[in-house]
Design a protein around this ligand. Structure first.
Ligand code: UDP
Length: 435
């Protein structure tokens, strides 16, 4: 492999990239996470890019332009530039229709580099399969390594669909197969995801690296629960059950509402104090209008305890986490579950389903409780126990802070730099394989 000497810093036998092209085609790091297609991946791209830049690795994030007036380049942080590439109609597009605009997107990325607007890159890092497909083409054109993070896998998602969800299309499955075959390195969020890449995609284990995501421990830190309750407009004796994330079937906010209804049947005396907050907006996929949840809450007789909240900034979210008795993550599938880690970093235990990355994100019985399956009765039972035993809840809260402290973005960046160095030092696949 030819590594441009001018751009790559050589340490003791290990080259470190100086410029990385990050591809985030379907969602921009400039968007507020918590609705549409903006979620954990956006947070990941921003947090990692900022920290790479602090360590001297400039990052350009390429994303599809969604309006005429977006400038071609926006500085997100020192050393981090978001580059808008015109591909397809301006305006939001459903993720599933984006594949047809891959060619113009790749063309735009290559032109930006060729015009030397963006400089030369030592490596490409793709996030999600669509970006991976675009990244692969650019990486091969430039003769640099391709590192791919899938974030979620179609085969895995299709095995755990919520009722009424549409399966991921075959085109995505084939795209992921291709990425597994042709990327120099695959980054998995958890050992579970690494095993899925191996078992369901026949990935070469030597090319998979497990690098857990992190949490911003400055923003998500413990604090006064009473103050945070006040801040979000709740009384001091409120028992807040919190859901944070995009409202989509896969994340199962309905399970929390149903569990709240069961909980109130078990403990009607809680009705005056119980609050269920759903923080987040409509998802781009698996569409479920927040309005449906309001209707569901009404039909379950719990509308009076439910608060639907629009997407919040990270600083505001920290108050919600601190104010909560427990954060509930009843997802059918979750590649990692940043929300679970953020809550723990704020000292709030998590009640989550035992799926995907959540058993890594939550230390079962110590920093929270994992529940098998999605039976609202099971969640109601656990939540009743947590509310009924404040000392146990607080003990888990203390352990949660310790557990989350082991997951910093700085550690994520350490891991990614190892992956980048490994791929720069390693052998590329022969170009002939890249069809
Ligand atoms: N988020 C946010 N504001 C909101 C709701 C969510 O900033 O109102 C963020 C949340 O803090 C987390 C991310 O969106 O960092 C969701 O990530 P997660 O891994 O939990 O789920 P994903 O969106 O990747 O499925």
């Amino acid at each position: 492999m030819v590594v441009p000497e001018s751009a790559v810093e050589r340490g003791v036998g290990t080259p470190t990239p100086r410029r990385v092209a990050t591809i985030s085609l379907h969602t921009s790091p400039l968007e507020q996470p918590g609705s549409g297609d903006a979620g954990g991946m956006n947070v990941y791209v921003v947090e990692v890019a900022k920290r790479l830049a602090e360590r001297g690795v400039a990052v350009d994030v390429f994303t599809r332009a969604t309006s005429y007036d977006q400038p071609p380049a926006v500085e997100l942080a020192p050393g981090v530039t978001v580059r808008h590439i015109a591909a397809g109609p301006f305006g939001p597009l459903d993720k599933h229709s984006l594949a047809r605009y891959l060619c113009p997107f790749v063309f735009g990325v290559l032109r930006a580099e060729a015009d030397n607007l963006a400089g030369h890159y030592d490596l490409v890092h793709g996030h999600y399969w669509l970006s991976g497909k675009a990244g692969l083409a650019a990486a091969h054109r430039w003769g640099v390594p391709m590192v791919q993070s899938m974030h979620t896998l179609a085969r895995v998602k299709n095995m755990s669909l919520a009722q009424g969800d549409t399966p991921e299309p075959e085109e995505r499955v084939r795209g992921e197969d291709q990425l597994v075959r042709l990327s120099d390195r695959l980054v998995a969020n958890t050992t579970d995801e690494a095993a899925q890449l191996r078992d369901y995609y026949r990935a070469d284990t030597a090319r998979i690296a497990t690098v857990p995501p992190g949490v911003d421990l400055d923003v998500f830190a413990p604090g006064s629960r009473a103050q945070s309750l006040r801040r979000i407009g709740l009384p001091a004796d409120a028992e807040l059950l919190l859901f944070v994330g995009r409202v989509q079937r896969l994340k199962a906010p309905d399970v929390l509402l149903r569990a709240a209804a069961r909980l109130l049947e078990r403990a009607p005396e809680l009705r005056d104090r119980l609050v269920v907050a759903i923080v987040g907006g409509l998802s781009g996929t698996g569409r479920e209008e927040p309005g449906h949840l309001v209707e569901l809450a009404e039909s379950l007789g719990v509308a009076d305890v439910v608060r639907m909240e629009p997407p919040r900034s990270r600083a505001e979210l920290a108050h919600f986490y601190r104010a909560a008795t427990a954060t509930v993550v009843p997802s059918y599938s979750e590649s990692f579950g940043l929300v679970a880690v953020e809550s723990q970093a704020c000292g709030t235990p998590v009640v989550a389903s035992r799926v995907g990355g959540l058993p890594t994100a939550v230390h079962d019985g110590v920093s929270g409780v994992l529940v098998d399956g999605h039976d609202p009765e099971d969640y109601a039972r656990v939540l009743h126990r947590v509310i009924g035993a404040p000392a146990w809840r607080d003990q888990m809260g203390v352990a949660a802070v310790r557990h989350a402290a082991g997951l910093s973005w700085s550690a994520t960046v350490d891991g990614l730099l190892d992956v980048y160095r490994g791929s720069l030092a390693g052998q590329r696949l022969p170009a002939a394989a890249c069809q």
